[in-house]
Design a protein around this ligand. Structure first.
Ligand SMILES: Nc1ncnc2c1ncn2[C@@H]1O[C@H](COP(=O)(O)OP(=O)(O)OP(=O)(O)O)[C@@H](O)[C@H]1O
Length: 247
C-alpha cells in the first residue's frame, strides 16, 4: 500500500544535537498512527517537520503523492495536512459556530461578511453538523473563550475538520484534560471518519492502544520500532526504552 504521508530520511539538528537522525515514517490513508517514545525522542520535532513548521537539514516529506518539502504550513494545510496544537488555538470572542465557520474559509476571504449569502448559510450549516459530531451542539452560541479546556480542544478538532483534512496531526491531545474530558476525547477520535488519517503523539499508552492501528517508536531521534499496537506492546526493545527514559 502506498503512503498518504511519508517522511524519508529526515534529519533535524540543533547545534551538535540530532533531534531527528534519518527518520522514516509512513502513514496510510485513513490510518490511526501513533508516535511514541521517551521524553526528548523527537516526536514533536517530527510533527513540526510534517506540518511544515520546522525545516529539516535533510530529508523529504511527501503527501498524497507529492513532494511538499518546500511548502510552508499554510500551503500544507490547504493540501489537507491539519494540526491540532497542544494549547487549543481558538478565537476567544467568537462563538463556537463562528470559529468553525472561519476555519472553513479560504485565507483570502477570511471575513465571512464578504461571502455570498448562500455560501455563508452552507458554512453555518456544516459548522452546526460538525459541532453536533463533536458533542458541542448545545454550546454553539457560546464564545469560545468561555468554554472549558476540554471543550476548546473539541472545538479545535471541529475547526480542523471544517477544512476537510486528509491528515490530522495531534500533539498530546489529552494533556491537561480531566478524566471525563479524556473519555469524551477518545469517543470523538474513535468516531472520526476514516476519510481522515490521524498521526497522534501521546504519552498515555492506554490512549495510544485504544486509538491506534499502527505505532512508531522514536528514541534519541531515531526509529526504534514500528508495528501494530500488539507488536509494540510486547516488544522487549520498546519496554527497555521506556524503562531507560520513561515518558
Ligand atoms: N528549538 C529547539 N532548539 C534546541 N533544541 C531543541 C529544539 N526543539 C527541540 N529540541 C531538542 O530536540 C530534542 C527532541 O525534542 P522534541 O520536543 O521533538 O522531543 P519529544 O519526543 O517531543 O519530547 P517530549 O515527549 O518531552 O515532548 C530534545 O532534546 C529537545 O530538547
Amino acid at each position: 500500500m502506498t503512503c498518504l504521508l511519508s517522511a524519508e530520511e529526515v534529519t533535524v539538528r540543533y547545534g551538535s544535537l540530532a533531534a531527528l537522525d534519518g527518520v522514516d515514517l509512513c502513514v496510510h490513508d485513513g490510518q490511526r498512527h501513533a508516535l511514541i517514545g521517551p521524553n526528548g525522542a523527537g516526536k514533536t520535532t517530527l510533527l513540526n517537520v510534517i506540518a511544515g513548521a520546522t525545516k529539516p537539514q535533510r530529508g523529504t516529506v511527501r503527501f498524497a503523492g507529492r513532494n511538499v518539502s518546500r511548502l510552508g504550513p499554510a500551503a500544507r494545510a490547504r493540501r489537507g495536512i491539519n494540526r491540532i496544537h497542544q494549547r487549543p488555538a481558538v478565537f476567544p470572542t467568537l462563538t463556537a459556530t463562528e470559529n468553525v465557520v472561519v476555519a472553513a474559509l479560504p485565507r483570502v476571504t477570511a471575513d465571512p461578511g464578504w461571502w455570498p449569502g448562500r455560501r455563508r448559510r452552507a458554512a453555518r450549516h456544516r459548522a452546526g453538523a460538525l459541532l453536533e459530531q463533536l458533542g458541542l451542539a448545545d454550546l454553539a452560541t457560546v464564545p469560545a473563550g468561555h468554554l472549558a479546556h476540554g471543550q476548546r480542544r473539541q472545538l479545535e478538532i471541529a475547526m480542523a475538520l471544517a477544512g476537510r483534512p486528509r491528515l490530522l496531526l495531534l500533539d498530546e491531545p489529552a494533556a491537561g484534560l480531566s478524566a471525563v474530558e479524556v473519555g469524551r476525547l477518545v469517543e470523538v477520535l474513535q468516531a472520526l471518519p476514516r476519510a481522515v488519517a490521524v498521526l497522534l503523539v501521546e504519552h498515555r499508552l492506554d490512549l495510544v492502544y485504544a486509538l491506534s492501528d499502527a505505532v512508531s517508536v522514536l528514541r534519541d531521534g531515531q526509529t526504534l520500532a514500528a508495528g501494530t499496537p500488539d507488536e509494540i506492546r510486547t516488544s522487549p526493545l520498546v519496554r527497555q526504552a521506556y524503562a531507560d527514559g520513561v515518558a
